[in-house]
Ligand binder design. Sequence first.
Ligand code: HEM
Length: 304
Amino acid sequence: MAPNRNYTRYTWFVFVFVFIVILAGGVVRTTQSGMGCPDWPTCFGRWIPPTDASQLPPDYEKYLRQQDIDHTFNAYHTWIEYINRLLGALLGVFILIHLVWTYRLFFKTRRSLFFLSLFLLLATGFQGWLGKKVVDANLAVVKITTHMLVALLIAAIPVLILQKLKGTKTAVPRSLKSITVLALLLTIIQIVLGTEVREQVDEISRELMYGSREQWVGRLDKWFLIHRSFSWLVAVAGLYLFIRTRSFPLLRSNGLLVLLMVITGVGAGLLMNFFSVPAFAQPTHLMAASILCISLFALRLKMK
Ligand code: HEM
């Protein structure tokens, strides 16, 4: 039916937009723009932030005192963070439209879709609130981990909706289902370990005034070694799933995506390890980890 096709497309759009927002968050961090707007939801007390120091409010120093990086106004950092917030707000609007659309199409017939869409909106609202807390606490670690996990939850909901709409599944041996769940769990643990490493990188880079990148990795502690070694488990699970899913046409592309994301994630990790944390490798690593996690989830959903 045509309305369902458009709705399916729109759900895909929301899904892709979630990843754009995750990527924007990664870019904000790599460019050290996280505190580009010291207050929230306004930025230097304004809805549209200044482009030049002359436009700052008279009491702007009170904002700059909350900054960890810039002690003078930096329009570049401010606008990167502001665009990131706009993308987040747009996502909220798109999800609200999704909820209304789901209500109109499915509230009477398939209520679970409506509740999933509602949950998507609530999780996104929670993430926005957490974003404010992260700003208030100058990006503390537990909140960063929660922020990351909620982002993955937000990305997982449209996948669940899409799977429910499509409904095609493939019967597979129980062992394959169990290994997919195991790979997903390992990836989530690896992501949590990664956010611990990330927090350390944040601290070290701050101490070094965001320079001397060649020293960053050397200063990381045991969590980095655990994270690095743990990737063997994720990589073996990913490779195994790629090979096993070859014999199931419906699962093949998911299996390939899993393998590609393992290669990209580990590759970006190795680049950081051996080539002084090149800036582009940071968001690449984050995106690969996120897509890996979601593709494992999607893979499991397609199994009967
Ligand atoms: C499939 C395997 C891997 C996954 C799923 C993974 C996942 C992650 C995640 C989610 C983060 C946090 C990123 C952020 O919050 O911005 C992270 C950080 C990090 N990981 Fe991995 N990782 C993997 C393998 C590796 C490997 C093999 C290395 C090094 C040899 C590595 C080195 C790092 C470093 C240095 C950071 C800090 C990055 C930063 O500060 O932006 N990772 N990892």
